[in-house]
Design a protein around this ligand. Structure first.
Ligand code: PMP
Length: 338
């Protein structure tokens, strides 16, 4: 078991609760980071345009670096956008279920929150969502795609229809996009009120380094840039991000592995649990006996994401060894007397 213990993390055991990459950075990248530390001017403020980092990301997404803003995790960008477009008397439209930080930021800026209810185990009805949106007339629309925690994914046509029908900024949070197919980024030229957030915390294994990106049209980025907090990313993180992105291809195999393992979960044939097919690096598991299941996970050293008062939990896809433990728990739970 010792290989699963994250010694520098405040939590111990097998951590499948925060949708992190289960592998620490490859040795070759770690060595390059150590060498690069010697080149950092610690006494100087960072380059506030984060040119090296944004150029490196520009290569990955094929969007000019001038349309990319680096931040302290995508969380910071989400807060920034909510602070920019919302405030007292204004409303955020999001989904129920979706990422909990949207509520946190909207409340901290005194904005109202409208939630479009989505059955976690069905596909979202985009026509109905558009009617709801037009009825509610929100000041900003924000949702994650793939969705956290359902793993649902809306395709390009659906995102475009939402953007076309919206009369306010539409923010698509693509924290898990590397585990899905397609991205709203290709719509940036066509949809002038579309904003996309990305992160290096998930597929690129840099949750501890805190780097996120905000992308939009050139005009939108020119308008936003002056009000963004200066020096949002520290010099060490910016350097690490640039190095990791230079070796982005090293993560392809990990991503493929995670996707395969995830899809195998959805194929498990279980009587007591439903597993939602997912386009992200986690799965949602539903069972009427959720407490017994989460207890079984805990007894096997697994930390997973629980939802108070709900009959489902979310489990991050880990290493194959970690996933095997999850499968064993599920299979023996399934055999228990009901
Ligand atoms: N969006 C979603 C949907 C997330 O699940 C998370 C992290 N759990 C974030 C954004 C924040 O990621 P970051 O580490 O870039 O702040």
């Amino acid at each position: 078991m010792s290989q699963f213990v994250y010694e520098t993390h405040s939590q111990s055991g097998i951590l499948l609760n925060a949708n992190e990459n289960p592998w620490n950075l490859p040795d070759s990248i770690r060595q390059e980071i150590k060498d690069a530390l010697d080149t950092i001017a610690f006494n100087r403020y960072p380059d506030d345009s984060y040119q090296e980092l944004c150029e490196a990301y520009s290569q990955i997404v094929n969007i000019p670096a001038s349309q990319i803003l680096a931040g302290n995790g995508s969380d910071q960008h989400l807060g920034f956008l909510i602070g920019t477009f919302l405030g007292k008397g204004k409303n955020l439209l999001t989904l129920s279920l979706d990422f909990g930080m949207y509520d946190y930021y909207a409340s901290s800026y005194d904005a109202g929150i409208i939630k479009y209810p989505v059955d976690p185990f069905s596909k979202m009805d985009v026509d109905d969502f558009i009617h709801f949106m037009q009825d509610q007339d929100p000041d900003m629309v924000l949702f994650s795609n793939p969705n956290n925690p359902t793993g649902n994914f809306l395709g390009l046509t659906e995102i475009q229809r939402i953007c076309d029908a919206a009369s306010c900024p539409v923010v698509v949070d693509e924290a898990y996009i590397e585990f899905a197919q397609g991205s709203a980024l290709s719509l940036l030229d066509r949809c002038d009120h579309l904003y996309v957030t990305r992160t290096l915390s998930k597929a690129y294994g840099l949750a501890g380094v805190r780097i996120g990106f905000l992308l939009s049209s050139q005009a939108n980025m020119d308008a936003l840039r002056p009000s963004h907090v200066p020096y949002a990313v520290n010099s060490i993180s910016a350097k690490i991000g640039a190095i990791v992105l230079k070796h982005a291809d090293l993560f392809d195999e990990q991503i493929e592995n995670i996707k395969k393992e995830r899809d195998r979960f959805a194929m498990l044939s279980l009587q007591r649990c439903r597993i939602k097919p997912s386009q992200a690096n986690f799965i949602l598991i539903q069972t009427p006996a959720i407490q017994a299941l989460t207890q079984a996970f805990k007894e096997n050293g697994l930390t997973i994401r629980e939802y108070k008062g709900k009959d489902y939990c979310r489990v991050t896809i880990g290493t194959p060894e970690e996933n095997q433990i999850v499968k064993d728990v599920l299979i023996s739970f399934d055999k228990e007397e009901q």
